[in-house]
Design a protein around this ligand. Structure first.
Ligand code: SF4
Length: 329
C-alpha cells in the first residue's frame, strides 16, 4: 500500500486572510494537499511563508483578526473546518495531536507530567483512572522515557529538553490520533537529540499508521524523515512531490535555492547557490509570480501572471518554466 492509498488529511483550496485597516490580507492562498495514513508530509519554507499558519488552520487555532476565508479541510473523509468550536475542541484533542517547538507550550509546569497525560486520556477515552495511569506509563515507555513508572510523577522541569519533547509526543498520542501536526518539533534541540526525536516520529508513523504534517524551515529535518515535501512560498505551494525527487532534482527555482544547490548542464555536479533578496511581506506580494524579484530564470509572463500549481512528471509545480503554453508564447 502506498501512503496515499488511504488519505487521512485532505486540504482543499485553503485560504486564510487577516483583516487589516487597509482591507483583507491573504496569508494563505488556495493551498491544497493530502497526507496519507503512515505518511510524513514535510512542509518547508522560510519564516512567514505560511507553513505554521496552515497547521493552525487545520487545527482551527486561528484567532481574530485572522480567519479561514475559503476551502475545505477533511479528516478521515469528514469536513472539520465547519464544526462548532466545542466539537472542534474534541477533534483537536482526540483525532489531531499537536507537537510544538517549545514543549512548555503544551505542558503545564505546575503539574506532574503523569497527571497531565492521565487527564487528557480521561477527557477523550472511556476508561477508569487506574487504566488511564497504566496507559500513560505505557505511552511514556513507548516514546523512550526510561523508568516510566517512576518518571510519570516528575514535573516538566525535571526532564531535559529532549525528554520533555518526548513527553509532549506521548501527550499528543494519548487518544490515538489519526494526524499529528508537528511544528518545528526539533528546532530547540541539539543535533543528537533532534535525530532521536525524528526517529521516534518516523517510528510512530510506521508502527501506528499515524499521518504526520511536519512543519519546518530545515531541509535537513525534511531529508531525515519526510515521504513527500511541500515547499511553501508567500502563502502558496511552489512545489510538492516525493522527497527523494524533490531533494535530488527540485524543479521550482525557489525549491532549488532551498536545497542549496542547482544541477549544472553536465548533470551530476552541483554548485552551491544562495537565493538573493528576501520573501515579500504580506502587504507587498507582487503581481505575477511572488518569487519573480528573486528568480534568475524569470521570463516574460512571470511578473504579470501568477503560475498555477500544475502536474509535471508526477509532481506539482507552480512555475511558468514548466507550462509549455507559457514558454511557447
Ligand atoms: Fe521564476 Fe517565473 Fe518560475 Fe516564478 S514563474 S519561479 S519567476 S521562472
Amino acid at each position: 500500500m502506498t501512503p496515499l492509498d488511504e488519505s487521512v488529511l485532505s486540504v482543499r483550496n485553503l485560504s486564510v486572510e487577516f483583516e487589516t485597516r487597509f482591507g483583507p490580507l491573504k496569508a494563505i492562498d488556495n493551498i491544497s494537499f493530502e497526507i496519507g495514513r503512515g505518511e510524513v508530509l514535510g512542509v518547508v519554507g522560510e519564516s512567514g511563508a505560511g507553513k505554521s499558519l496552515t497547521g493552525s488552520a487545520i487545527a482551527n487555532l486561528i484567532v481574530s483578526p485572522g480567519r479561514v476565508s475559503g476551502g475545505e479541510i477533511l479528516l478521515g473523509g469528514e469536513r472539520i473546518d465547519n464544526l462548532p468550536a466545542s466539537q472542534m475542541r474534541r477533534v483537536r484533542g482526540k483525532r489531531i495531536g499537536m507537537v510544538f517547538q517549545d514543549p512548555l507550550t503544551s505542558l503545564n509546569p505546575l503539574f506532574r507530567v503523569g497527571d497531565q497525560i492521565v487527564e487528557t486520556i480521561l477527557t477523550h477515552l472511556d476508561c477508569s483512572p487506574s487504566a488511564a495511569r497504566k496507559r500513560a506509563i505505557e505511552l511514556l515507555g513507548e516514546v523512550g522515557i526510561p523508568s516510566p513508572e517512576e518518571r510519570i510523577d516528575s514535573f516538566p522541569h525535571e526532564f531535559s529538553g529532549g525528554m520533555r519533547q518526548r513527553v509532549v509526543i506521548a501527550l499528543a498520542l494519548c487518544a490515538d490520533p489519526e494526524l499529528i501536526i508537528a511544528d518545528e518539533p526539533t528546532t530547540a534541540l541539539d543535533v543528537v537529540v533532534q535525530a532521536q526525536i525524528l526517529d521516534l516520529l518516523r517510528a510512530l508513523c510506521d508502527e501506528r499508521g499515524v499521518a504526520i504534517m511536519l512543519v519546518t524551515h530545515d531541509m535537513g529535518v525534511i531529508a531525515e524523515i519526510a515521504d513527500r515535501v511541500a515547499v511553501v512560498y508567500a502563502g502558496r505551494i511552489a512545489e510538492i512531490g516525493r522527497r527523494d525527487e524533490l531533494i535530488s532534482q527540485p524543479l521550482h527555482p525557489y525549491a532549488r535555492g532551498l536545497m542549496g544547490a542547482i544541477p549544472t548542464v553536465t548533470g551530476t555536479d552541483r554548485e552551491l547557490v544562495q537565493i538573493p533578496g528576501s520573501m515579500p511581506r504580506l502587504t507587498a506580494i507582487p503581481k505575477g509570480c511572488a518569487f519573480h524579484a528573486r528568480c534568475g530564470q524569470k521570463f516574460e509572463p512571470c511578473d504579470i501572471r501568477r503560475p498555477d500549481l500544475l502536474d509535471h512528471e508526477g509532481r506539482k509545480v507552480a512555475c511558468h518554466l514548466y507550462n509549455s503554453e507559457r514558454r511557447a508564447a
